[in-house]
Design a protein around this ligand. Structure first.
Ligand code: NAD
Length: 375
């Protein structure tokens, strides 16, 4: 019996070794693909090719009795690894004749990421940090593009402080809010202006599958190459007006970060033992705790700036507070019928999305569970 088990385990070890060897071969091929793509200026993320490839592999897996979700998980994880390594091949430079790019706030978290991306694409990059304003005229006088990426509350004053830039210089920013900074850039500079909002933090390994939102400011034809360059890095672009962007961010960022903040404050005040909570957690609670906890590993100033960036944010948060109160009244009245009625209304508002989100979250939870058990 034990000998039989041992033989089977040896065979499994052998298969696993072959899988490692196959993965090594796949990663090496992907590296070659990275070189070819960087020479020809092709984006590292090709959604159509990826989708078609997954459909075929799922079918082949099903034909051989392998669960299609299993092969999709393995391939998606492998591709994520590949996107990160494709970064290292460098990227084609779409505007080799561009004069230097000056990143104002380039020593910051997001600034460093963008400096690296521009450098990997062969641009000449200079940084203007908070101590460098005495050299600002020198650093900026021949700039081809200026990217402002400083804390939100300083952004507009930093833009106003810029000396006169060359007429054809592109002025861009990466700020998480858009109306104020884009307006300030249009007032400070007569040349091309574009507002960018990368919808990701500095901790990503590659831009593949990330989103960058942009707001046209002035002379869009002058910065199309920049938008294409960002796509070559793997991100997809979303064009929106600054006002609509800021309205969306009220829900997507301000309210969400605020509820996480309050949940964190509540936990700290209640002071439960975190290790015990974790040992009792279902994967979804652990994920929720992670979503809240990760906020407090970041910069409080950034989140204060985001949440307090516009009066609409406060108005939205107050409406949420009001609804929280209404929902508590249902509990106080022990009114299960009212609860159920509200529940059904929300369910029909979500419509088809409710089922879609259930499916999506199941796959996320499986991954969260794997990650937890990895230790
Ligand atoms: P950060 O604090 O890490 O970096 C800001 C940098 O600006 C620092 O190096 C700081 O020294 C520098 N700075 C401050 N005052 C300056 C001045 N007067 N002149 C020049 N440099 C100055 O902040 P961050 O997280 O990199 O955020 C920068 C911008 O990126 C913000 O506008 C933020 O909204 C946006 N953003 C951040 C994230 C994120 O997750 N971190 C995501 C999307 C957008």
């Amino acid at each position: 019996m034990v000998a039989e088990l041992s033989t089977l385990r040896d065979q499994i070890d052998e298969v696993d070794k072959q899988m490692v060897a196959l993965l090594a071969r796949r990663l090496a091929l992907v590296e070659e693909v990275g070189h070819v793509k960087s020479q020809h200026g092709l984006p590292i993320y090709a959604p159509d090719r990826e989708a078609a490839m997954l459909v075929s592999r799922r079918q082949e897996a099903a034909d051989q009795g392998v669960p299609p979700d299993l092969i999709e998980d393995i391939l998606r994880r492998t591709m994520r690894e590949s996107y990160a390594s494709e970064n290292d091949s460098g990227f084609k430079c779409l505007k080799p004749e561009l004069r230097p790019i000056v990143v104002v706030g380039g020593h910051g978290q997001l600034g460093r990421l963008f400096c690296r991306l521009f450098e990997l694409s062969g641009y000449q990059v200079r940084t203007l940090g908070s101590q460098d304003w005495d050299k600002a005229d020198e650093l900026l006088k021949d700039a081809g593009m200026v990217v402002v990426t400083v804390p939100i509350h300083l952004t507009e004053q930093v833009i106003r402080r810029l000396p006169k830039l060359p007429d054809d210089c592109i002025l861009a920013d990466l700020t998480s809010i858009k109306s104020g900074p884009v307006q300030a850039m249009l007032e400070a500079h007569q040349g091309p202006v574009v507002g960018l909002h990368p919808m990701f933090g500095p901790d990503i390994s590659s831009l593949a599958k990330q989103v960058v939102v942009y707001c046209d400011g002035r002379n869009p034809e002058s910065y199309q190459w920049l938008l294409e360059q960002i796509q070559i890095w793997g991100a997809s672009l979303n064009r929106i007006s600054a006002i609509e962007h800021d309205q969306g961010m009220t829900l997507i960022q301000a309210l969400r970060h605020f509820t996480s903040f309050v949940y964190g404050v509540h936990l700290a005040e209640e002071d439960p033992r975190l290790d015990q909570l974790l040992s009792l957690s279902s994967p979804i609670y652990r994920l929720e705790l992670a979503m809240v906890g990760r906020l407090f590993a970041q910069d409080g100033q950034l989140y204060a700036d985001i949440i307090m960036s516009s009066p609409q944010n406060l108005a939205m948060i107050k409406r949420f507070h009001q609804r929280f109160g209404d929902a508590i009244a249902i509990l106080e009245n022990k009114d299960k019928a009212a609860f159920k009625q509200a529940f059904d209304q929300v369910e029909s508002w979500f419509g088809d999305y409710a089922g879609r989100f259930l499916k999506e979250s199941q796959s996320l939870l499986r991954q969260a569970n794997d990650a937890t058990h990895r230790g």
